[in-house]
Design a protein around this ligand. Sequence first.
Ligand SMILES: [Zn+2]
Ligand SMILES: [Zn+2]
Length: 130
Amino acid sequence: MNQASHAHGNATPAIRVRVSGYAYLVKYDNGISNGTHVVRKDRTCNCTAGAECQAVQEVQAYLRAGGERAPEIPPGFWPYVPEKCPVCGAACEAAPHYDRSKSGKGWRCIAEAGHYFLARLRSGRAGVQP
Ligand SMILES: [Zn+2]
Ligand SMILES: [Zn+2]
């Protein structure tokens, strides 16, 4: 959490944020922060830093400054493997054999494989629920 301030010097790194699909692309043009990070709407980054990634902070700042928001993800559609199971909160892993154009990325709850189907079932009925 407190890793936000180890930037060297005062130079503001060239950072660009833009919407791409249901996520944000954060691009560092200074060459030191290994290129492009993809920050998802659940505030995790696709890099190994995950939710701790500096790019997640960049997206927050971008949105606070009035940046364009990524579109809401339709219920029952997963543009990427969720960080946590929407049913029980356990970790998820990719399940490419469940990839579908209608439901997006397939995933599997490591605690209970049936949760993927439960989540799909619930979302099918819960289009207007939060
Ligand atoms: Zn990252
Ligand atoms: Zn689960």
